[in-house]
Structure formats: C-alpha cells, structure tokens
Ligand binder design. Structure first.
Ligand code: F6P
Length: 520
C-alpha cells in the first residue's frame, strides 16, 4: 500500500473501532431473548474425514452464543476486518507473502499441512517424507533398540511435542518420550531416571540450534550416555532444526538432521520436524492425522468469509473483550486430561505472538494487545480458581474445551460428569443467581465459548492447534501487529550473558542479588 493508501486504511480502521465503541452491549440474556435462533447463528462446525478418503466425518463445534457479540457488533467487526485488510493479509499468509515484515519473512507453517503455495507444500512434503523414513527406520531398529527418547528443546521446540505426546500416548507409546526443556538440571535428571541409556535416543529440537537451555541440556545428555557405557553417544542423536549446518557443526551426522524452513516460526513448528518425537511416539500415520485436522481448519479459515469464519469470529470476541471491555486476561479450561498442556501451549502461541506494543509500521498500538492467556483443567480448576470467575471483580472471557467421546474406559459416569460440569460452568457464568445475601449472589452475564470435539484424537488435536493459530493471526490483523516476531525475549538473554561474563553495568538491586547468588 502506498503512503496515502496507508493513511486511508488507518482512518478506516479508526472509524471502525469508533463505531464498535459506540455500540451498546446487550446482556447475554437479552441477546438470547431477541433471537431465538442465537445458538445456531453463533455456532460453527468444522469437519474432516474420520480417515483419509472416508465419507464419515469427525469434527468440532464451537459455540460462541454465550459471548456478547450481537448483530451490530458482528457487522462492525466485519467492517473492521475489511478496513484492516484481513482478506489481503490472509491471502498473503497462505501465498507466501511477507507477513513477518520485521524479519522480512513469510510464515509458512500452513504449508507443513498442505496449506501454502505448491512449491512450499512440495518442499514440506519432501521434508516430512524424510522424517517419516527416519521414524520408520528407527522403529525397525536401524539405530539399535530404541525404547526411550529424551526430546530436548524449549518454547516452541518443546511445548507442542509435550502437548501432543501427553494427549496421544495415554494408551500406548511406540517409544517412551520425555520432553525436557528447562536448563534446571533437575528436569534432565528426572528424564535420566526414567530412561535406560542403552536404549535411549536424544532428539535435539532447536530452530536456531543456539538456544542456551537446549545446548546445555544436549551436552549433559551426551555425557550421560557416555558415562553409562554407550559407545557412540553421537550416533544416538537426531537434530530437528532450521539451522542444519549448525547441527552438523555441533556433531550430528547429516543423515540424522531433519531440517525445516526458516519461515516456520518456533511456536508454529509442531507440524515440522519439531514433531519428530511425536511421530516416534505415535507413528507417522497418527502424526499425519494431526496434520489433516489442521488442514481442515486451514481450509475453513481460507475459504469462509466474515462471521461465518470460526477463527475470525473467535478473534472478534477476543478483541471485543480485550479492547472494548478492558479484559486483561482470557482463560482456557480443558475438560479433558489429554489436553492438560493446552493452556501452556496457548500461552506461548498467543502471548509470544501478540504481546506487542507497536503496529507493523512501528507506531504505538492504540489499545491493549494480547490478553494474558491462562487456564487449567476441569474439573480441578472449578475447585481452585472458578470462585474468581463467578464472583470476582475481573471480567474473564472463558473458553471451555471438551471431547464428546470419553478418553477413559471406566464407568461412563466419569465422562458424563465431566461434560455435565463443563456445560454447567458456562451456563452458571451466564445465568448468575441473585440473592438477598450479597456474599451468595452471582452477578452472571459472564461470557464463555465452548468447543466440543467429537473425539480428542490426533486429528482433533491438529484442528484445535490450527484453530488457535489462525485465531491468533486474525487477532494480529485486527490490531495491525506482526504476530511472527518475538524481539521481546532477547534483552533478558543478553543480560544473562552479561551476568555470565561479568561484563556490563548492572543496577544496584541486580548487583546485590548476583552477590547473594554467588554470581558476582
Ligand atoms: O526465546 C524465545 C524463543 O525464541 C521461542 O520463540 C522459541 O520457540 C524458543 O525460544 C526456542 O528457540 P529454538 O527453537 O531456536 O531453540
């Protein structure tokens, strides 16, 4: 866009926000009262074949009816999306445009699951095929007996694999994978204690292959193998990285380096070779099922306009609460043990992507950006933090996520009670309950969104992740920010290096703490 075009765009965005601010917010009960069809109007379904090529469909429904988005707000948000250039931004995302301008890069995570330009998809498929061959070879004993894998990585190189492995290996794991991220040696020691060095593979996951936590843990893992009689520790290492030359330089044999493109962001990289430990644990077919669920969401996101588009509609709700209602947090509760790590995963995805203060043109944002994502697992959280949600002074939009099919084989009473509780919380937040006793009154009119997957299987996991990726992207477009850089993490790393080297000026408080910690 040229200068005057940009200025016109900014004016249109400002006008759209002004229009949104002027809309009165009806109570949730009123929205249901004026539109008896509200539940249908505000529910989206995304489906995918149960098996590749099968006619039977599985999927997920997303019920936005208990958000305060009424017809006026939806129309105004659609106008905002248009003014913010949502269609062009979405096209750029899938067409390999530079959607990460501060680093001059495209964001090609979509291509990993088939949503990108033909050339990107072809490259991704070739890399995936290579990963599949290595996984297959390891399962067949090419590297000797492999019963355990210590997968070392951090942030985007750990959170996705940890989530997927935790979600998908409840019944059976082909290889017992332990994801280790923290530089605190206790984390690695815990993995050592659970693994037999003679049958353990080390997977080093790092986009940059420079991250201090990962490189420190990698060296200690190799030492552990050597100290425990493994003749060729280096021969037990697989590297997953966008910097293959660095992995080779570090000592990993080229045949065991699985690269992925630089244009895949760390927090978007589960679908790349960063997913190798997942494929090792669940097999390539299951891994491909994760990709197929994600692809179904990509297709929906790519082809669906305005409020019918589920990730965009979710972003409308996110913007409504963060920008118009001043909500500083949003909560996610998974009513499924298999998704226990989803809130952690979403924290990085949403907060590292959209926790920004400047727009893509470098000017300060004109409102709050990403709310703080937090959450936990239901029903546990009901007995810990839900008091605040129901009666506290913060307004917290809540997402509930549950699986219609149970994950357990116990008495169906367990799953029935899990779902009952999940649905009851959304209903209670909305309905509230008056009381003559103020301490016992529930204000109600508190928003929630409920996502029900047919079954919490590999494809549903991929769909859930892609839904949140596209939701995060849509939020960024509405706010005019770049979700694909993360310069905010650099300063702390640089100062840690200065503390290590003792070079640099430190404030008196940090100096005193350094002395107390023996780092002076
Ligand atoms: O410090 C933040 C970060 O760069 C994340 O964005 C990334 O996922 C993580 O560190 C790990 O980085 P790498 O995969 O390069 O080791």
């Amino acid at each position: 866009m040229n200068g005057s075009g940009e200025a016109r765009g900014k004016v249109a965005v400002a006008e759209a926000w002004a229009r949104l601010r002027a809309i009165e917010t009806p109570a949730l009960a009123e929205l249901f009262a004026v539109d008896p069809a509200r539940t249908d109007v505000m529910t989206r379904r995304i489906s995918w074949p149960v098996m590749p090529g099968s006619d039977a469909q599985a999927g997920m429904v997303i019920d936005f009816a208990k958000t305060h988005l009424g017809p006026d707000a939806l129309t105004a948000f659609e106008a905002l999306a248009e003014a913010a250039g949502f269609d062009a931004a979405r096209a750029a995302l899938f067409d390999g445009g530079i959607v990460n301008p501060t680093e001059g890069r495209a964001a090609t995570h979509g291509a990993l699951r088939g949503s990108g330009t033909p050339a990107q998809v072809e490259e991704a498929e070739a890399l995936l095929a290579r990963m599949g061959m290595l996984v297959e070879a390891i399962h067949q004993g090419a590297l000797g007996e492999v019963r355990h894998c210590i997968a070392i990585g951090i942030g985007g190189s750990a959170l996705g694999p940890a989530l997927a492995i935790d979600a998908l290996t409840r019944d059976l794991a082909l290889v017992d994978v332990h994801v280790v991220s923290n530089i605190d040696g206790l984390a690695l020691e815990q993995a050592f204690a659970a693994c037999d060095p003679a049958t353990t593979l080390i997977a080093l996951a790092s986009k940059t292959f420079t991250t201090i936590e990962t490189m420190t843990n990698a060296a200690s893992a190799l030492k552990w193998l050597a100290d425990n009689g493994v003749a060729d520790p280096g021969g037990r290492v697989v590297a997953l990285t966008a910097a293959p030359e660095k992995a080779v330089e570090w000592g990993v044999d080229e045949t065991r380096v699985l690269p992925f493109p630089e244009s895949v962001g760390g927090r978007y990289s589960l679908f790349s070779s960063i997913g190798f430990p997942v494929a090792l644990a669940v097999g390539m077919d299951e891994f491909r099922a994760i990709l197929s669920g994600a692809k179904a969401v990509d297709d929906h996101f790519r082809e669906t306009e305005g409020r019918a588009n589920a990730p965009l509609l979710a972003a409308f709700a996110d913007q409504f609460y963060a920008r118009l209602k001043g909500c500083q947090t949003r909560a996610v509760f998974a009513y499924d043990e298999r998704l226990a790590l989803l809130p952690d995963y979403l924290q990085q995805l949403e907060m590292e992507s959209n926790g920004k203060s400047v727009t893509t043109d470098g000017t300060p944002v004109d409102g709050p950006t990403a709310p703080i994502t937090w959450g936990g697992v239901g029903t546990d959280a009901q007995h810990a933090v839900f008091q605040l949600l129901h009666q506290g002074t913060h307004l917290v939009p809540v997402d509930f996520i549950a699986s219609i099919a149970p994950g357990d084989a116990l008495d169906p009473a367990h799953h029935r009670a899990l779902l009952m509780n999940c649905l009851a919380q959304g209903a209670a937040l909305m309905a509230g309950k008056p009381s003559d006793d103020p301490a016992r009154a529930y204000p109600g009119d508190r928003p929630s969104t409920t996502i029900l997957v047919d079954d919490c299987d590999a494809s549903a996991l991929g769909a859930l992740i892609a839904f949140h990726e596209q939701r995060t992207f849509a939020n960024a477009v509405l706010m005019g920010i770049n979700p694909f850089d993360q310069f905010g993490v650099e300063l702390g790393k640089a100062i840690a290096n200065q503390i290590d080297s003792g070079e640099g000026e430190f404030d008196p408080s940090t100096k005193a703490l350094m002395a107390a910690a023996g780092l002076g």
